[in-house]
Design a protein around this ligand. Structure first.
Ligand SMILES: Nc1ncnc2c1ncn2[C@@H]1O[C@H](COP(=O)(O)OP(=O)(O)OP(=O)(O)O)[C@@H](O)[C@H]1O
Ligand SMILES: CC(C)(CO)[C@@H](O)C(=O)NCCC(=O)O
Ligand SMILES: [K+]
Length: 232
């Protein structure tokens, strides 16, 4: 059986894994579960702690292959960072931009990652990063309110609705959902000409509410970016 490369996106909540073979990306849903074949190498991008990484490395039982870490840098191909310290930008943001650029070359872009934190990055058509935002994500915003108040409670079941609500948990959930949608619309208002791409765990629940925007969902954005670092 032909062997591919394992790509890992190690976030603050979840680890996402994709198997790369013959230019095809296949998501692995239950990493470190079943893989099509044992990989010849691992390429990983992490915004989590080093402890989390080490734990994952031993759990995966892939200790006999090389693990290549991908880091944010000042420039990669057409993409140029705006950070004075490029290595301090989250590598997930860096890779999402690289992936977006691959989908839409020479295009002004807004790249949105709706994960644990929601990030929005603005990219000029020539590949210059113009800057971005880091915002608490849906779960984190809800948690912040329940943690800092005595009488606001949430419930396990999540609804994704914009309506003004009439009970505590619905007021919290709808309020946070409205805030997340508002920040995405605000980004569009700043640069309405920019094509928008959204990825991350919350992208699918947000999309139906953003129909009026020039936005597309691309679940594998970070992995598309990662493939540009693989050297054969
Ligand atoms: N226990 C949980 N903790 C955090 N988020 C959760 C949890 N359960 C469900 N979620 C949902 O997952 C969303 C985050 O999506 P996802 O886990 O895909 O993010 P991510 O892009 O993987 O983030 P990261 O890369 O930082 O792990 C949250 O906003 C929330 O809606
Ligand atoms: C903002 C997050 C947490 C989003 O996953 C990640 O990109 C990160 O840890 N960034 C480091 C700080 C920065 O991007 O400037
Ligand atoms: K992420």
């Amino acid at each position: 059986m032909k062997q591919g490369i394992l790509l890992l996106d190690i976030g603050n909540t979840r680890v996402k894994a994709v198997y790369w073979l013959d230019g095809q990306l296949t998501a692995i849903t239950d990493f470190p579960g079943v893989m099509p074949a044992s990989p010849v190498a691992v390429y990983y991008a992490s915004v989590a702690t080093d402890e989390r990484l080490e734990q994952l490395r031993s759990e995966s039982q892939l200790t006999d292959v090389d693990w290549h870490q991908i880091r944010s840098e000042a420039q990669k191909d057409q993409l140029r960072s705006s950070y004075a310290k490029p290595e301090t930008m989250g590598v997930d943001r860096w890779l999402a931009m690289l992936g977006a650029q691959q989908c839409y070359p020479h295009t002004e872009l807004l790249v949105i990652d709706a994960g644990t934190a929601l990030t929005i990055d603005h990219l000029a058509a020539d590949g210059q990063h113009r800057g971005g935002w880091i915002v608490p994500g849906i779960h984190m915003q809800q948690k912040a309110v329940t943690n800092y108040t005595a009488r606001v409670f949430n419930r396990d079941q999540q609804q994704f609705e914009l309506a003004f609500a009439q009970d505590t948990a619905s007021c919290l959930q709808n309020g946070v959902f409205a805030a997340i949608l508002a920040v995405i619309r605000q980004a569009n208002q700043l640069v309405p000409q920019a094509k928008m791409l959204i990825t991350g765990g919350d992208a699918t629940v947000l999309m139906p509410f953003l129909a009026e925007l020039p936005i597309e969902i691309e679940p594998l954005l970070i992995f598309r970016g990662m493939t540009r670092y693989i050297v054969n």
